[in-house]
Design a protein around this ligand. Structure first.
Ligand SMILES: [Zn+2]
Length: 511
C-alpha cells in the first residue's frame, strides 16, 4: 500500500526492450474438466510469507539493490520451478522511473526595475521546488506574518516574498513541511510563486509542490527592496502585505529528474481460444526497507527492519499460490493469465504504471489486450472488519460474478470507489476493469511490527480461495465490460470502506 495520496504524474517510466521469443507451453490433451479444480495451498502460502518477510530479506526497498534483487529472485525462482512462460527471455522485466530530482541552484532570477532586467548572483538563490521548468514573471508583494497565516486576495498573480518562517536560527526541517503548507495557502489564492528570504536548501521530495518556491539570501532581498525604494527593516516590520512598486521578478526554476531502475516479475499461462485477452493477477513485492535504508521505516520498537509481511508479502504469496494451484491442477484457461509482481509501488506505483503505460513488445502483451486486473495489496490481516473488495464500480459484471463466487464465509464489504493508493489504479487509468482485495490498515502499517506473526493465515487461505475462483471465472471467459465509475467513486485518495456513500454492499451488523 502506497502511503501518500495523489502522486506527481511526472513519471517517465519506460519499459526496456525485452527481446527474444516466448516459449509458451503448447496446450496439452487434457481439458480443465478432467482435472481436479485448482486449490490454494494455505500451508505453502504461510511458509512463503514467513520467508519473504523475514529479517534477512531486508525490507525489500526498491532503491536497495541487494534487498530488492533478492526478493525479485525469490519470486522468479518460483515461476522457474513451475516452468511458466516468461515475457521475453526473463521473468524479470526491467523498467525505469523518475524518482526524486536534483534541483540545480537557481541562477535564474532577474530583477526588473526602472531599466533593463539584471540577474541576481547565482550563489544568492536556491530552488526549493519546481514542478515544471516554467518561467514566472510577475510583480512582487511582501507578505508579513498575518498575510502568510491567511493570505489576502492581493497576492493573486504576484510573486510573494516572505521572511523565512523559521528565521532566527531555527533549524529547517528536512522536508520543508512549513513552507509547503504556506505554498498551499498561497496557491489557493492564486499567487504565482513564493520567494523565501533565508538560507534554505532544497529539501527532499518537493517536486509536487503547488507553485515554484525559491530561497533568496539577504543581500538579494536587500537589492530587491532597494529597487522598490524601501529596505528590509521597513518590510520586516510589515504585518500584512506591502507592495514593491515597480519591481518585477523573473524566476526560472530548473529541475533534473533522476531515473531509477527496477524490475517487475512477470509470468503467464497462455489462454486457449481467447489467448489475446489477458487477465492480470497482481501484487507489489517491494516494501519500505529499513530505518537505515528505506522510506520512512520507523517505529518505537527498537526493530529497524520493516518486514512488510502484510504489505505486501501477503499479496505476493497469494498471487504465487494462485499460480501454483493452477499449474498443479493443469488448468488451461481460455484467456491468458499473467501473474504480475510489481516493484516501486511504495515509491509511487512505478512498477504497475510501467507495465500499464508501456506494454512489453513481447508475448503475451504484443497483440494482446488486458481485459481485467485484480490487485492484492495487504490481504494478510483478515480481522473482525472482514475483507474489502474495492473498485466494484469498474464493471457492471463484477457484483453478479462476485455474488456467484461467494465469500467462503468471510464478511466482505464491496466498495465502489477506486482508490489511487495501490497498483490497480495504473490499470484503471486505461479503462480496464479492476478489483482491489484488501484487509485494512492497522497499527503496524509501514512499521517494523508488520511481521508474519501477526498475519492471519487461515484468513489468507479463505481469501486466496475466493480469488482463485474469481481468477478461474475470468480465465474461463466471464464477460467483464468496463464501466466508468461516477466522479465520487473514482479515482479517490481514500481507502475502501471509509465513506458509507460508496459502499455497494456490506455484511449486516452483528446482532
Ligand atoms: Zn505499503
Amino acid at each position: 500500500m502506497h502511503a501518500r495520496s495523489l502522486l506527481p504524474l511526472l513519471l517517465l517510466a519506460a519499459c526496456l526492450r525485452s527481446g527474444g521469443g516466448t516459449h509458451a507451453p503448447e496446450p496439452g490433451a487434457d481439458t480443465a474438466a478432467k482435472r481436479a479444480a485448482p486449490t490454494i495451498d494455505g500451508a505453502w502460502m504461510r511458509s512463503f510469507v514467513e520467508a519473504f518477510a523475514a529479517d534477512d530479506m531486508g525490507g525489500r526497498f526498491t532503491l536497495d539493490p541487494a534487498s530488492i534483487e533478492r526478493a525479485a529472485g525469490v519470486v522468479a525462482d518460483q515461476y522457474a520451478a513451475m516452468g511458466l512462460a516468461k515475457v521475453g527471455d526473463d521473468y524479470r522485466v526491467p523498467f525505469e522511473f523518475a524518482y526524486g530530482n536534483t534541483v540545480e541552484r537557481a541562477h535564474h532570477v532577474w530583477v526588473e526595475a526602472k531599466g533593463p532586467a539584471r540577474a541576481l548572483p547565482p550563489e544568492q538563490s536556491a530552488t526549493l521546488s519546481a514542478a515544471e521548468e516554467t518561467t514566472v514573471v510577475a510583480d512582487v508583494v511582501f507578505a508579513g506574518p498575518r498575510a502568510t497565516a491567511k493570505p489576502p486576495a492581493t497576492v493573486r498573480d504576484r510573486i510573494v516574498l516572505v521572511r523565512d518562517p523559521l528565521a532566527a536560527g531555527a533549524a529547517a526541517p528536512a522536508d520543508n513541511a512549513d513552507l509547503r503548507a504556506l505554498a498551499e495557502r498561497l496557491a489557493a489564492q492564486k499567487a504565482k510563486a513564493l520567494v523565501v528570504m533565508g538560507d534554505r536548501v532544497p529539501g527532499a521530495d518537493t517536486s509536487a509542490w503547488p507553485l515554484p518556491v525559491l530561497a533568496l539570501r539577504a543581500p538579494a532581498v536587500e537589492s530587491i527592496a532597494a529597487a522598490a525604494g524601501t529596505d528590509l527593516a521597513k518590510l520586516s516590520a510589515e504585518k500584512n502585505t506591502a507592495a514593491l512598486p515597480g519591481v518585477r521578478l523573473s524566476l526560472a526554476p530548473r529541475r533534473t529528474d533522476k531515473l531509477e531502475r527496477a524490475v517487475n516479475v512477470l509470468a503467464w499461462i497462455p489462454g486457449t481460444d481467447a489467448k489475446s485477452e489477458i487477465v492480470i493477477l497482481g501484487a507489489h513485492y517491494d516494501h519500505i526497507g529499513t530505518t537505515e535504508r528505506g522510506l520512512m521505516c520507523r517505529g518505537p520498537e527498537g526493530d529497524t527492519i520493516c518486514n512488510g509481511a502484510d504489505d505486501n508479502a501477503s499479496g505476493t504469496g497469494m498471487v504465487l499460490a494462485m499460480a501454483k494451484a493452477m499449474h498443479a491442477a493443469g488448468y488451461r484457461p481460455r484467456r491468458t493469465i499473467v501473474f504480475a509482481h510489481f516493484a516501486g509501488e511504495e515509491l509511487g506505483l512505478h512498477g504497475s504504471k510501467a507495465l500499464a503505460n508501456h506494454l512489453p513488445a513481447a508475448a503475451p502483451f504484443a497483440g494482446g489486450k488486458i481485459v481485467a486486473m485484480i490487485n492484492f495489496d495487504m490481504v494478510g490481516r483478515l480481522g473482525k472488519d472482514g475483507l474489502w473488495v474495492g473498485a466494484v464500480s469498474t464493471s457492471s459484471a463484477w457484483m453478479p460474478l462476485l455474488a456467484e463466487i461467494g465469500t467462503e464465509g468471510v464478511p466482505t464489504v464491496f466498495e465502489r470507489s477506486v482508490t489511487a493508493r495501490s497498483d490497480h489504479a495504473a490499470f484503471f487509468e486505461h479503462d480496464i476493469p479492476v478489483l482491489f482485495f484488501f484487509t485494512g490498515l492497522h497499527g503496524d502499517y509501514h512499521r517494523p511490527g508488520d511481521e508474519s506473526a501477526a498475519v492471519n493465515f487461515d484468513g489468507m487461505t479463505k481469501i486466496g480461495t475466493i480469488a482463485l475462483k474469481l481468477a478461474a471465472a475470468l480465465g474461463d471467459g466471464a464477460a467483464i465490460p468496463f464501466t466508468q465509475p461516477s466522479e465520487e467513486e473514482g479515482i479517490v485518495t481514500r481507502l475502501p470502506g471509509s465513506d458509507a456513500k460508496t459502499i455497494e454492499k456490506a455484511p449486516a451488523p452483528a446482532p
